[in-house]
Design a protein. Sequence first.
Length: 124
Amino acid sequence: MEQFLAADAIVIGAPVYNFTIPSQLKAWIDRITVAGKTFTYTANGPQGLAGGKEVVVAVARGGVRAPDASGEFGEPYLKFLFAFLGIDNVRFVRAEGLAISPQQRAASLSAARAAIADRSALAA
Ligand SMILES: Cc1cc2nc3c(=O)[nH]c(=O)nc-3n(C[C@H](O)[C@H](O)[C@H](O)COP(=O)(O)O)c2cc1C
C-alpha cells in the first residue's frame, strides 16, 4: 500500500478470467484499498486519497469483447475502483482473441505493442 501511494505510475497486467479480473489482482486491490490511507469516508460520501497517478492496464483476452461490452466486468470494475481511490487517469491497452488462432494472437499482440509504443493510442 505504501508502494502504491508513493508511485507516480502504475502498470497492471489484467488477463480476463471468467469475465472479470483474476483473483490474484483482486487480492492486491484488497491490500491497496484502505480506509484512511487511499480513500476516506466523509459526510458527503467517499473521497479518494490516491490521486495524481497514471494507471495503465494491459488487458489480455482469450476471446474478443462483445461490441456492447456485455458480460465483461473487469475493465469497468477497474475504472470504478481507481476513480473511487481518486485516480481518473486510467488507460487500457488490449490484446484480444489470443486463443482464437495463432494468427489472431500474433496480430493482436503486435497491435497492442504498437499501441504501447504510441502512448496516445491507449484507450480510455
Ligand atoms: C481461468 C481462466 C478463465 C478465463 N476466462 C476468460 C474469459 O472469461 N474471457 C476471455 O476472453 N478469456 C478468458 N480466459 C483466457 C485468458 O484471458 C487468456 O488466457 C489470457 O488473456 C492470457 O493469454 P495467454 O494464456 O494466451 O497467454 C481465461 C483463462 C483462464 C486461465
